[in-house]
Design a protein. Structure first.
Length: 78
C-alpha cells in the first residue's frame, strides 16, 4: 500500500497543523515518489546523479534533496 505522507497531519490548533512527513525515505519510497523503478533509482545513485545519505549501512534519500533534484530537471519545453 503506497504511503501518503501529505495526508498524515496532526491538528495543533484550529488553524495550525504539523506535517509528519519524514525527512529521509528508503529506496522503495524514493522510487515511488519519483515514479521510477528501484532499479533505475539504484542506477542513478551509482552514477552519482542522485543524492543519497548513508545511515550506518543503510541508504536513505532526503525528501528535500529529491524535490531539488526534480526541480533541476524540470523543463518548460512543450
Amino acid at each position: 500500500m503506497p504511503l501518503n505522507w501529505e495526508a498524515m497531519e496532526v491538528g495543533i490548533a484550529m488553524d495550525q497543523t504539523v506535517s509528519l512527513s519524514p525527512r529521509l525515505v528508503t529506496a522503495r519510497q524514493a522510487a515511488e515518489m519519483l515514479g521510477l523503478s528501484e532499479r533505475t533509482l539504484f542506477k542513478l545513485r551509482h552514477q552519482g546523479q542522485l543524492p543519497f545519505v548513508r545511515v550506518g549501512r543503510s541508504i536513505r534519500f532526503a525528501v528535500a534533496s529529491l524535490d531539488s533534484w526534480v526541480r533541476q530537471r524540470e523543463t518548460s519545453e512543450e
